[in-house]
Each structure stands twice: as C-alpha cells, then as structure tokens.
Design a protein around this ligand. Sequence first.
Ligand SMILES: [Zn+2]
Length: 84
Amino acid sequence: MCIRVQFVPRDEIHEVWDRARNVITIPDSLSATTRFTLKAVRAVLEEMGVEQSEFGARCWCGEYMHIPAAIRQQQLNEVIHLGA
Ligand SMILES: [Zn+2]
C-alpha cells in the first residue's frame, strides 16, 4: 500500500506518520508550494528510513509520490473529511 499525504491544521496533528493508514500528515501551512510540501514529506520519509533521491519524494516501494500542492481550502476540508 502506497504512502499518501494529507494536510491538516498544525494543532490538529497528533502523529506525522500514521502507520495503520500509510498517511503522512503535513501542516496545511506547508501546502502553499510544492517545494515546502516536498521538503516536509521527504523529512518524514527519511525519518522512516525510506531513502530519498535528489528530486521528488519516493514511496518505500520505489515509486515517486504524487505531492499535492497549493490546494484550496475547500479541497482541504474534503481531504480532512475523507481522512476522518
Ligand atoms: Zn508505493
């Protein structure tokens, strides 16, 4: 099962890495640009022991992950709703 990324408000984050759901949670303040998001996602992945290449973010299966960026508030709420 591949790793997914979701954004939530910083004060609602309990765990950055949800092992059961394979979800990395990033503060929504970092969703503004792909660069910020990527940096945060890579940091979490590296902490999990998933080796990262020079660009992008790699899932533990070796595939490059789709990094959602610059999402609108409405979409953000949707992600939270679906993730709950
Ligand atoms: Zn994967």
